[in-house]
Structures are given as structure tokens and as C-alpha cells.
Design a protein around this ligand. Sequence first.
Ligand SMILES: [Zn+2]
Length: 414
Amino acid sequence: MSSPTARRGCLSCGTPLRHTFVDLGMSPLCESYLSAEQLNQMERFYPLHVWVCEKCFLVQLEEFVSPEEIFTEYAYFSSYADSWVDHMRRYADAISDRLSLGKESFVVEVASNDGYLLQNFVKKGIPVLGIEPAANVAKVAVEKGVPTLVKFFGARTAEEVAQERRADLICGANVLAQVPDPNDFVRGLKILLQPRGVVTIEFPHLLKLMAENQFDTIYHEHFSYFSFLSAETLFAAQGLTLFDVEELPTHGGSLRIYARHSEDASRPVTERARALRQREVDAGLLRLETYAGFEEQVKETKRRLLEFLISAKRAGKRVAGYGAPGKGNTLLNYCGIRTDFVDFTVDRSPYKQGKFLPGTHIPIFAPDKLREAKPDYVLILPWNFKDEIVQQMADVRSWGGKFVVPIPAARVLD
Ligand SMILES: [Zn+2]
């Protein structure tokens, strides 16, 4: 068990943290789904208090929970979300072309999950290595033919792998936010990268999080929330330059940054990287006042969602959830929504079915339960997949059921 001692300085630059971004109160770990037997046991709650660094403007949590506690038995199998699997297949095609990857190349993915991305390179005959700390998830990757090292990624792991071979491409999606020591992580990228190699890292974009009120993407498993500017500072400190960036629709709006060794002049900084950087400066991301208004916006979102649920229940309507993602747990715990408002939720992952959401104890069933119970409203918790879910569950409308999204503000979909 980790001791609840708070870190005092910024994760990236070490400056003491003195400015609150948002305080979401006490919350259990988002991915610790409960079995029926665990419902009567004590549950651990941790502060979900987010700070912004006054020097490098990295938005971050205080660390109360050790990464070992969170990630060694992780329940998230990426392959259960179709649109995400497609997204990564398209990425594999595009980057293979752009970097002319072939049988002589070497691709490493950090936090490679169940191999859903690397399997695309394997099919092209490109040598790969996945690095994934959760042994149960890594095992699934190996069964798919994706060689996987069960380790946390950082400078030490990078040195070990680099002794054999350095990478032409290192990629990572939704991992940077989750590393407890981002400097060690980026140092690892520097060590493992070939002199002319490229790193691509995807993370949810702070600018979007703020503009669209996506406070539910804040949870204990995500230690930091990057803008292009704060990422640039972090990478520069380890001798890596961001030379390109793409804006992606995934996870409510993400960035895919492209990095290279600062010494590698063969890849000039692109116009779109300069333009995005300037947009962040213009949006005020280098001024503390910009961050100070976020908390009130979050409170208003809570009031709007509760207003909707209270009036639905007063009208005798039945409400169920769709999905059991980590973000749903932040939202439900912060808003105090339990089975008094949401009867149950459903999820496609068999790993979650039969379990209960942490904190709120809402039961999780297979999607067929919706067809059986025919609720009036289906609250979509992974709102970033709402189009896909509405399509998959089109028959909800056959009994007059309606879909509802909670973010950026509670809204019934037409
Ligand atoms: Zn800082």
C-alpha cells in the first residue's frame, strides 16, 4: 500500500504547486471495478485535486497512488472499442508510408496494451516490440504474435532495449498522461531513438479539455494534462524537439506530437506545429488567469446533469447507462449519481460485466440488458464514442428510448 504523501513540486519542472485548476473532491480509483463480495468492504478514496504549474503550465494531479497499484492489473482492453482500433490501423498505414518503414526497421510501442496497434506493423512484416506493464494485457498481445516486454517504460527500460537495437519509430497513445515521472519517460524516448528516428505520442489536448468542459477525463490514472506548449517544454528539457503535430478527434480531441532528436536537422519544424503553438499562446495558455475559471465551469456542468436526472426521475422515467469507462466514474462520483438515478450500466467488455462501478456501486451488465429493461433514457458515459454507440444500439429508439450525453452539458440526442 502506498503512503498518502503528496508530491510538492511540478512533475515536469519541479516548481512548487500553488494554484488549483479544479478540485473534484474524493474519488476511488477509476478502474477498480468491484465484485459482488467487495460491495460490503471498505473502499479507498483519494483526493482528485488538479493543479497548474505557474512556470511551465503543466496541469497535473498530486500523486497519491503508486503506478504499480493502478496499472499492473489494468482492466482496459483497447480492442473492445472498434473506432479506436480503426484509428490506430489508419495511423500504422500512414506512418509506415511517411517514414518508409520496412523489414529493416524497428518499431517500439510504449504502453502497447493488447497489441491492437503493433499487430498492423506485424502484418506488414515490420519488426516490433511492445512494452506494457500489465501482465494480463501483455499476454493477450503475445498470443496475437506481438512480442511484448512486461515492464514500465523509462530510462532504465530504454537502455535495456537499446543494447539490442534502437528504434526508427517509437509510438505511444494515451500513456504520457499516465507516467508518474514524465522526465524519466521522455529521457527513455531519447535513449531508445535512432539518430534519425521519430517519436509520436498521442494525448488528450488540454485546450479541448478546457474548451469543452471534459473534466471527467481527469482521474487518478492520469497524472498530467498536456498542452502542446507544456509538452514542448518537457521534451526540450531532454533534447527532443517537437517538429510536427496533428489534431485528432479521438478522446474528445487529442494531439499527436512528432518528436526528433534536437540535433537532427533533417526534419524542419512544420507550419502546422508553429500555428498550433501560436493558437495556444493566443488562447491564453501561458497566463494563470486562463486556468482559474475552469472550476466554476465544472460545477455548472454538474448542476445541469443533476437537473436533467432529477426532472427525469420526477417524471417517472427510467435511466440506464451505457459504458463503464474510467471517465464515467469521475463523473458519477463527482456528481453523486448512484442507483438512485441510474439503474445499471452496460459494457461490451466481459471483464467488466457482472461487476460494479467503484464508489457508486452501479451494476454493470452485457449490452443485451438494455433490450430487456427498455429504459427511457440511456446516458452515454464514454461520450467520445457516442456516434458509434448510437449506431450499435440503434434499437434503443425502437421502444422510444433516448440517448443522453453528459458533456459538455447534459443533452438529449435527437
Ligand atoms: Zn512546471
